[in-house]
Design a protein around this ligand. Structure first.
Ligand SMILES: Cc1cc2nc3c(=O)[nH]c(=O)nc-3n(C[C@H](O)[C@H](O)[C@H](O)COP(=O)(O)O)c2cc1C
Length: 290
């Protein structure tokens, strides 16, 4: 089987739309006869900021979700092997598509959400996420390593940890310099933060604002490269499902790079796994970008 140039363009474009840490696009997709190989782009290494390459591999996982959805949109059933070659750790995944499969309406909706998803960096609409929407998100997240936070009980501890994380980089000149070097191309209004506030408000106000959002923590059983890949894969699935339902969202990993925050959050919320990232969802003020 060989791809037409239009099909190749569908696959390449979908992969290129995935979110990535600092917009580094740290992967390469090599389109093959019956699928594609996805490589980690080690040249995008950020030694200080992401020494273990966790965010890079999470980003690769998001690209993998888009690749699979694009194959589905083209009428194939993708089969994926993660880290298929122990001798080539940069080969994140091999995706083949041995069987035809007509995409379900939901798969088509999620595929088209790839082009409407972006990191939403403005304040969400005043209307709080309602319980029904929260339950729908929980249904997508549960069993897929996502854990939706209880707004009443868990917004306050999260606000405490985010406030702590918001302070930490101020003392860390090298970390700040690295972030500054990457911040200008992103067009982010308030520095490099998915949180829309130029300065974090006091903890009580932050907790109140967080309680109006839907927050999903993506957890993995272990903290290996494979776990990071799976976390990114699941992150993008949840994000696209939310966008398909008209929500807007953003992702935070920066606070979790601080050991005290990551370990503290796991202990405080009784998390059954390693927290890899936090997704925030709300209603967009102006509607998603198309
Ligand atoms: C693994 C990963 C970690 C990220 N961490 C953060 C973060 O901590 N703070 C933030 O503001 N954005 C974060 N982002 C969002 C990226 O900056 C964003 O995806 C990128 O700039 C591309 O923009 P887009 O999502 O609008 O396509 C992260 C994205 C990924 C994939």
């Amino acid at each position: 089987m060989s791809w037409s140039s239009a099909e190749r363009a569908v696959l390449t474009r979908a992969v290129g739309e995935a979110p990535s840490v600092h917009n580094l696009v740290p992967w390469t997709a090599e389109i093959r006869a019956a699928g594609a190989d996805l490589y980690d782009h080690a040249g995008a290494r950020r030694r200080r900021h992401d020494p273990a390459g966790r965010d890079r591999v999470i980003s690769g996982g998001a690209a993998l979700t888009n690749l699979e959805l694009a194959l589905r949109a083209l009428g194939w059933a993708p089969e994926t092997v993660l880290l298929p070659d122990a001798g080539r750790l940069d080969l994140l995944a091999r995706v083949t598509s041995p069987h035809r499969h007509e995409a379900t309406p939901e798969e088509v909706r999620h595929y088209s959400a790839i082009y409407r998803r972006h990191s939403y960096r403005s304040p969400f609409a005043v209307r709080a996420i309602d319980e029904q929407e929260r339950r729908r998100l929980a249904a997508v997240s549960d069993g897929a390593m996502g854990r939706i936070l209880d707004p009443a009980a868990e917004s306050a501890p999260l606000a405490e940890f985010l406030s702590h994380a918001g302070q930490a980089p101020r003392d860390d000149v090298a970390y700040r310099r690295e972030l500054r070097a990457w911040s200008s191309p992103f067009g982010e209004p308030h520095g490099n933060s998915a949180l829309p506030w130029a300065h974090l408000p006091d903890t009580a106000t932050l907790a109140k604002r967080l309680a109006a959002e839907a927050l999903v923590l993506v957890l993995t059983p272990d903290d290996t490269r494979r776990d990071h890949l799976l976390a990114g894969h699941v992150m993008e699935q949840i994000w696209l499902a939310a966008v398909a339902r008209g929500l807007a969202g953003s992702v935070l990993t920066r606070p979790l790079r601080l050991h005290q925050v990551r370990a503290g959050l796991a202990a405080e919320l009784g998390l059954a796994g390693f927290p890899q990232l936090i997704l925030r969802f709300g209603y967009p003020v102006t509607g998603p970008r198309s």
